[in-house]
Write a protein that binds this ligand. Structure first.
Ligand code: 13P
Ligand code: SF4
Length: 354
């Protein structure tokens, strides 16, 4: 999506948002948000900052302040290319950390300290060392939704848009794939591999079922607290009501949900699918703000709105917090060496895969 020009009045921005978000957000809210956004754009210029916005940002923010919007992979690539002094990441902490890993000399800001992620929080570096000791010599693929300490233990990172390609690129009989159990199971299905997942026993110890010998992926038990909520029953109920609906599911959904959907892909892959397909009615099984953004971009299509599930972490990033981030230069993301340089190897190895 092209960025809004940096020097623009609040009134001009309001008119633009009103045209883009007609029927999606009330005018009174857009007028207020346009004022915040115009000030953010002015400060962005003054501070020589780049603003990156994940596809899950709320519509008024998504359509006003980012220089680039996109999925995790696209934004990692943009973070790797910038010559600005400051990167403001309108996303969650693991995304801002990835930007810092790639840009140690730049100031990287995350507008809220509360923007975590249930997947990134599900695994520690110590857990990865346990996996590596238990399965010696097996390469580790870390989903980008992990913190820097975990990436530092990995051989390569992946995102939802390249997970299977990254696994295949290793040419290894067996891989450790962390931390999203469902993404790992979906990759296993796509690549024809068998998967085992260690369990955490009540005493806190990790355990693997030794009776299973035919496996090529060793997963982890992390789940996205948003995508794990969608069920096959949801899909069946929506199809019963809207027989022509095309169902799109993010690969962090369970394998049953992904199998029952018509299309699965990263957040940007879902956006492209809606834009390019000739089908008229869609439902997106993903974070609900993205539904607003896609509905605004494709007014000729009908979106079945499923807006009960908002990511509580992405929800922390608001125009108010972004303005404070630029004014007060907060919250600074720091990744200590040598964790950063080890994590960088894993991220860059992924970026070199097409
Ligand atoms: P994407 O890389 O598909 O944008 O996904 C990031 C994410 O956190 C999905 O929940
Ligand atoms: Fe993490 Fe899920 Fe939120 Fe994405 S939607 S940031 S995976 S909790």
């Amino acid at each position: 999506m092209p960025a809004v020009a940096s020097v623009i009045s609040a009134e001009q921005l309001y008119e633009r948002l009103k045209a883009q978000l007609d029927g999606i957000a009330p005018d009174v809210e857009l007028r207020y948000k346009a004022q915040l956004a115009a000030e953010i754009l002015r400060l962005k210029e003054e501070r020589n900052a780049l603003i990156l916005g994940h596809n899950y940002m709320e519509p008024a923010l998504y359509y006003s302040i980012p220089d680039y919007t996109g999925d995790s992979l696209e934004l990692s690539r943009k973070a790797a290319q910038t010559d600005k002094d400051i990167i403001v990441f309108c996303g969650v902490k693991f995304m801002a950390e990835t930007a810092k890993i790639l840009n140690p000399d730049k100031l990287v800001l995350l507008p809220s300290e509360k923007a975590g992620c249930s997947l990134a929080g599900s695994i520690t570096a110590e857990d990865v060392r346990w996996l590596k000791a238990r399965f010696p010599g097996v390469p580790v693929v870390a989903y980008i939704n992990t913190y820097a300490e975990v990436k530092a233990e990995a051989d390569i990172c992946c995102t939802s848009s390249n997970a299977a390609a990254v696994v295949e690129s290793l040419g290894s009989d067996t891989v450790i794939f962390i931390p999203d159990e469902y993404l790992a199971r979906n990759v296993a299905r796509e690549t024809g591999k068998h998967i085992i997942v260690p369990v955490r026993l009540p005493n806190g110890q990790l355990s693997v079922d030794d009776t299973v010998v035919d496996y090529q992926i060793i997963g982890w038990y992390g789940r996205c607290e948003v995508h794990e909520k969608f069920t096959v029953a949801d899909i069946e109920a929506i199809r019963a009501q809207f027989p022509d609906v095309v169902v799109l599911a993010h690969p962090e959904c369970s394998p049953d949900v992904v199998a029952a959907a018509d299309f699965t892909g990263s957040t940007s892959a879902m956006i492209r699918f809606v834009q390019q397909s000739s089908a008229q009615r869609y439902v997106l099984l993903t974070e609900c703000a993205m539904g607003d953004n896609v509905a605004a971009a494709t007014p000729d299509k009908e979106m079945v709105r499923l807006c009960s599930i908002r990511c509580p972490h992405m929800n922390q990033i608001t125009l108010e917090e972004t303005l404070s981030a630029l004014r007060q230069l907060r919250y600074v993301i720091d990744v200590p060496e040598p964790i950063r340089s080890r994590a960088r190897r894993a991220v860059e190895r992924m970026l070199h895969i097409g």
